[in-house]
Write a protein that binds this ligand. Structure first.
Ligand SMILES: O=P(O)(O)O[C@H]1[C@H](O)[C@@H](OP(=O)(O)O)[C@H](OP(=O)(O)O)[C@@H](OP(=O)(O)O)[C@H]1O
Length: 546
């Protein structure tokens, strides 16, 4: 098991790529993971500390949130739209003012995985796919199992796997079997990485449900009270299994310096006093694994999966923080979070679509932009360019859109009609949505829209698109129920209510973008990729293979 030194926060961020040092690393990406068995509870009022938002909002590039035992109750506020649980809503509400967009989410009964990223990273998160595997009731029931999301991040493949494994002390073997079964069953499309363990980096987290063997409850509690956690750690089933289970080969975990996160009397930080008499345990864990490269020639030491530990793919993972959050009491588990930096030896940062837009739209005539697609990018006639209010939550959270033309030309110009434009003023960005990849593949920097508000009474703009409203109930999400459809294009109710426009304006962590003749350009490649890297990147970039 990897023993990590004291937390040292990386000085690098995506805003300012790390200078290439002796290590050859160019870019550092900061990822914040959370796992929490929420025990069917509603989200607490304030998840700021859990997300680390009280200590800064600009340094984290991605948030990965894995929950278990999310209540299936329909979310009353959002029951008609895409997101049907309060936890997704709570996380989006909290993160979107800081510029984080929900990249993807996957839910299997109570197991929920949410992936957020800063909006300006979206064009570089490609090949997003999700998988679910049920292991409950012999594989027929999704109360236990795993959900995952995979993608390439600046050209490097990453898989996030959130599991809820079987409960109880005596089921350690079953937990390992279920984990192995999840790994075997989860297969993604494309050539770059098909299985979970084929990814450059895997994060495995969740309520893994491993327990502390041998010691009796009083001894465990005494060790906790006396901060003798190492003694417990030695008896932790997952730690012990690492020596014998080949499926755990290569998985790393930081030292467990926080007390066991299970089981608490709800509403307290007191360990279980119920008749169940559960022994405290570190059920909630976050591990990671770097892909091992298989050297050419015979591989006599290959493990079950044919991989052996060797030099990794060149990506480096550093854990800076691995803690529980005792202050959250809505569940019988405490949440656990961890912050990592991923250092990449190179980055693929050429957007598939570059969008150029004026600094300001002061009249309807300004509502236009020009875009250029990369030559290797397979466009679809269903692609569109969306206008988003800064602080948006998801790619379907657009205020207006236009279809992206498919003419034979390098540069394409599209114009927004008046009915697609918001009233009043605010900060917006344009994003290019690829139908083939179901992701945003080009974004602009924020620009200002300040249009005259002299629409005649009864015009289409008298809907509730006044985005200065403080009413952020559901209306803003109603547009999310459906992607644009060419046959159905018509005026829609459109709104985007952001409570904290001042936060939204924050450019913290944003890459510096060049300006040309009053136009704002997308960030271009700042690094010469090798042919091998380009080949790998282009296998991730092709339509459908993304
Ligand atoms: O029946 P399945 O679907 O496996 O779900 C189990 C049972 O509800 C367990 O309750 P019981 O012990 O009454 O069987 C519970 O253990 P605890 O009540 O001990 O917490 C587990 O909680 P988690 O350990 O949080 O997963 C939960 O995963």
């Amino acid at each position: 098991m990897l023993q990590l030194g004291p937390a040292i926060l990386s000085p690098c961020s995506l805003k300012q790529p790390c200078p290439m040092g002796d290590s050859g690393f160019l870019l550092s990406d900061r990822v914040h993971l959370v796992t929490w068995n929420v025990g069917g509870a509603m989200p607490p009022d304030d998840i700021t500390a859990l997300l680390g938002l009280h200590i800064g909002d600009g340094n984290t590039d991605m948030y990965i949130i894995g929950l278990q035992e999310v209540n299936s109750m329909i979310n009353k506020r959002l029951k008609d739209v895409l997101f049907t649980d309060q936890w997704s809503d709570a996380c989006m509400e909290r993160l979107s003012p800081f510029g984080y967009i929900l990249v993807t989410s996957q839910r299997m009964q109570g197991v929920l995985l949410l992936v957020f990223a800063k909006y300006y990273h979206l064009p570089f998160l490609r090949g997003v796919q999700t998988e679910t595997t049920r292991t409950g009731l012999g594989g027929y029931w999704g109360n236990k199992g795993g959900v995952s999301a995979r993608m390439s991040v600046f050209g490097h493949t990453i898989c996030f796997l959130n599991c809820h494994l079987p409960a109880h002390m005596e089921n350690s073997e079953q937990r390992m079997e279920d984990f192995e079964s999840i790994l075997q069953q989860q297969q993604f499309e494309g050539q770059a990485a098909t299985g979970v363990l084929d990814h450059d980096v895997v994060f495995w987290f969740g309520d893994l449900n491993f327990r502390i063997d041998e010691l009796e409850i009083p001894a465990v509690k005494a060790a906790i009270d006396n901060n003798k956690l190492t003694m417990l750690w030695e008896k932790d089933q997952l730690n012990m299994a690492k020596d014998s289970e080949s499926v755990l080969e290569g998985f790393l975990e930081g030292p467990l310096k926080f007390p066991p996160t299970y089981k608490f009397d709800v509403g307290t930080d007191t360990y279980d006093t119920s008749g169940k008499k559960r022994k405290p345990a570190w059920t909630d864990r976050i591990l990671w694994r770097l892909r091992a490269t298989v050297p050419s020639g015979p591989t006599p030491n290959a493990g079950k999966r044919g991989s052996i530990l060797g030099p990794s793919s060149g990506t480096k993972v550093t854990q800076h923080f691995y803690h529980s959050h005792m202050e959250y009491m809505v569940s019988d588990h405490k949440p656990v979070s961890s912050i990592f930096t991923l250092q990449f030896p190179y980055k693929v940062d050429m957007p598939l679509v570059m969008i150029m837009v004026e600094d300001e739209w002061n009249s309807i005539a300004d509502a236009t932009c020009t875009f250029k697609a990369a030559p290797n990018f397979a466009r679809s006639s269903w692609d569109w360019i969306g206008l988003y209010k800064v602080g948006f939550k998801h790619h379907k959270d657009y205020v207006g859109y236009v279809w992206a033309k498919q003419e034979e030309a390098d540069y394409h110009r599209v114009t927004f009609t008046e009915e697609e434009l918001p009233k009043g003023s605010g900060d917006f960005i344009l994003c290019y949505y690829s139908n083939n990849t179901s992701t945003l593949v080009g974004v602009t920097e924020p620009f200002q829209i300040q249009l005259p508000t002299s629409s005649p009474a009864g015009s289409p703009s008298d809907d509730s698109s006044d985005f200065t409203s403080e009413d952020d109930s559901v209306v803003g999400m109603k547009t999310m129920s459906r992607s644009p459809s060419p046959r159905k294009k018509k005026h829609r109710a459109r709104h985007s209510h952001s409570r904290s426009p001042s936060h939204s304006r924050s450019r913290s962590g944003s890459p510096a973008l060049p300006k040309m003749k009053g136009l704002k350009l997308q960030p271009g490649s700042a690094h010469n990729t090798t042919d091998g890297e380009k080949e790998k990147a282009s296998s991730e970039a092709g339509a459908g293979g993304l």
